[in-house]
Design a protein around this ligand. Structure first.
Ligand SMILES: *Cc1c(COP(=O)(O)O)cnc(C)c1O
Length: 454
């Protein structure tokens, strides 16, 4: 399988190079040249099904027995025998629990595998990389946990000092691996992101320190997320719609790809919080940037959904030049409109969208708790609200449960009065020793620190 950039000017790459590159050199995102069909779900475990389903994407680059072993190791970190169990919450409504990994959010599903893939590829090539990233909470902890055992990876994660939850901070700062470095930056999440961008734009620094990224535009993350759409449908035994609480559009894009690969998916329901750029797009056929407002579901507080570029590329019939022009206009004007025929062909048949504000989110959490005694996190609650708003008679809906309630205890307590307990495998989180470096919002200081981490 070869990979092409959505902007059409970067070199085609194989899987391993696309994995290590993350972003293409022309600023685009990598997508496979074709969508493989005839998916196979081999064996009885989630890991074996994952290995067979993703095989066409890594074919020719990673031997299948090795890939199966990497999947097996990655998913052994999950504390449910089904890895991602399907739980019924209403006659035609199911939750797919994606939060049984080490950091209690769905990002573990991709990042545990990415850690294995990086370690394998870098060992083969006798190379070492320095992953740098900025986080508002979930991505950083999942990335750190994914690579904490890697021999060839160092990782530096910047987070805004005082602006992540205590659970999120501790999940990053209590990992006692010498290759893991967590930096509390005196600034906002945007400051952290700007620092990371500046380091990548500093070519001599980037080369000298062999910087790499595992942010949500990395193809391998999207690839790993296609798997649970198939396994959930197999467990259910019939076709269904999926409701996906959405920020960067990565998870719901994985559902769209699963559908291209042959998964029996009816509708993909895009759930937003008050940062509803995608929901407004689906209503108006036009994307307008607005400032980010903080909500109870912070991992979806996003202004521009970067993975949407991959769908846009398809909507432009894989014309990288046209995609680039559309994105340039978006950057200049803050507005992106698609043609009616593009909308009718690509969006209308498949996508539905709903926005749930904080009040609706809390009301759902409260009602679900009252009905079933089940605690759900605020991101999952947005998904549940969206599933209910967009349900079609006779079609079951599977809502992706993207975080464990204990990851967002304040919102859960506010809605239900109950403080959610941490699951056993992380119950000692508050007793573990923290390691934090505190630095100013200053590029020189951050670069000096990164350079010292090899
Ligand atoms: C990252 C995240 C999301 C959003 O996922 P995208 O792939 O960015 O759309 C939703 N819920 C939780 C808990 C997350 O951590």
């Amino acid at each position: 399988m070869r990979y092409v950039s959505t902007r059409g000017r970067a070199a085609e790459l194989g899987f391993c190079d696309a994995l290590l590159a993350g972003l293409a050199t022309d600023g685009g995102l990598y997508v496979p040249k074709t969508w493989p069909t005839n998916p196979t779900l081999a064996g009885s475990t989630y890991a074996s099904k994952a290995a067979s389903l993703m095989a066409p994407y890594v074919e020719g680059e990673i031997p299948q027995d090795v890939f199966a072993q990497l999947c097996s190791t990655a998913y052994s970190a999950f504390r449910d025998p089904a890895v991602v169990p399907l739980v019924q919450i209403a006659p035609e409504h199911y939750l797919l629990e994606l939060f049984h990994g080490p950091t209690l959010a769905f990002k573990d599903v991709a990042l545990q595998l990415i850690g294995q893939l990086f370690d394998y590829v870098l060992t083969q090539r006798n190379q070492r990389v320095m992953i740098v990233g900025a986080t508002s909470g979930d991505t950083g902890s999942a990335a750190i946990d994914g690579v904490k055992g890697c021999k060839n990876v160092d990782i530096v994660i910047l987070y805004p000092n005082g602006r992540v939850s205590e659970v999120q901070r501790r999940q990053m700062t209590t990992i006692a691996s010498p290759n893991v470095h967590t930096v509390a930056v005196d600034g906002t999440f945007d400051d952290c992101q700007d620092l990371v961008k500046a380091m990548f734009n500093d070519a001599p620094f980037r080369e000298a320190n062999r910087l790499s990224a595992v942010n949500s535009i990395n193809w391998a993350r999207v690839m790993a997320q296609t798997v649970y759409y198939f396994t959930a449908l197999e467990t259910l035994g019939r076709s269904a719609s999926f409701s996906v609480p959405t920020g960067n559009f990565g998870n719901v894009l994985a559902g769209w790809i699963a559908k291209q690969m042959g998964a029996d998916i009816e509708k993909l329901i895009v759930g937003s919080n008050s940062n509803d750029i995608l929901t407004r797009f689906f209503e108006t056929h036009s994307m307008d940037m607005l400032p980010v407002v903080p909500t109870l579901s912070p991992s979806m507080d996003i202004q521009v959904s970067s993975n949407f570029e991959r769908l846009l590329f398809e909507m432009n019939n894989r014309d990288g030049g046209a995609t680039t022009e559309q994105l340039n206009r978006f950057r200049q004007s803050g507005k992106l409109s698609v043609e009616p025929d593009q909308y009718e062909k690509w969006i209308a048949p498949t996508f539905r969208a709903h926005r749930a504000n904080n009040d609706e989110t809390l009301a759902v959490m409260k009602r679900i708790y009252g009905e079933s005694g089940m605690l759900v996190d605020p991101h999952t609650a947005v998904g549940i609200a969206s599933a209910e708003a967009c349900a079609e008679p006779g079609v079951p809906t599977i809502t992706l449960a993207t975080a464990h309630p204990a990851k967002f205890p304040d919102a859960v307590k506010k809605a239900t009065g109950v403080h959610p307990a941490l699951p056993d495998h992380v119950a000692d989180l508050f007793d573990r020793e923290e390691r934090i470096v505190n630095l100013p919002n200053d590029l020189q200081a951050i670069e000096a620190f990164v350079a010292s981490c090899h």
